[in-house]
Write a protein that binds this ligand. Sequence first.
Ligand code: G3P
Ligand code: CA
Length: 269
Amino acid sequence: QTHSDVRKPRRAPLTVAHRGASGYAPENTLAAVDKAHELGIDWVENDVQRTKDGELVVIHDTTLSRTTDVEDRFPDRSPWKVSDFTLKEIKTLDAGSWFGSQFKGEKIPTLREYLDRLTRNGQDLLLELKSPELYPGIERETLGQLRREGWLDRLHTGSRLIVQSFNKAAVQKVHQQQPEVKTGFLGTPKTGDLKEYAKFTDQINPTYTDATKDYVSAVHALKGPHKKPLEVFTWTVNDAETARKVADAGVDGIISNKPDVVSDAVQTS
Ligand code: G3P
Ligand code: CA
């Protein structure tokens, strides 16, 4: 065996509960945060948007229809956009029953309530700015909320918070406005373009079919704005076989609706 054959042992990738442990509890609710905690999962992913009256709330779709009873409660408010409802109206909605009757009465959380629960549980956050093009200024508002809740101190910016988006301009804004915050770009830029992304993002987060050994190596070869190698968190992996495959490709994190399945698979592989 030559020296170059001796590989550094690689750490198992981090497991991130996608929209909370959304395979077992209604996505983006406090119940899904708690479920992840119960499963021993420290990292949670969520999606942040804004209400009509400017409150930051945690929900994935840009409309309320799929995950709440909004169509029954407000039948004349089609197309039921998040941005057309006040927080007070949103708080009347049931965001749990669609997933299972045991979750009846679960509410759409504000970002503040969500951060509180993570803090109480000792969990970390991969925060996604969802469709920020619909919410001008949401980058600054989100950073403001994070600051007020104590999430921009050294401990959090160092290792407990990542802000990501599919929207490149939003990721650039977060980096410019709060350079110490770790950022992620969701997508698979061409390898020739990665150098440009490395100026403002610490992570490149592709869908799992794009998380090949070659692509992951190309990302790892670059250093991000915090002078550390760029990382790769991939999504959304819900079975052991795929989890082992992307772990083998060298990803740093795996985002999953069933984080217990992924975590078990990568620890034992
Ligand atoms: O965190 C990655 C993943 O959440 C991106 O896709 O549609 O589930 O927000 P989506
Ligand atoms: Ca998301």
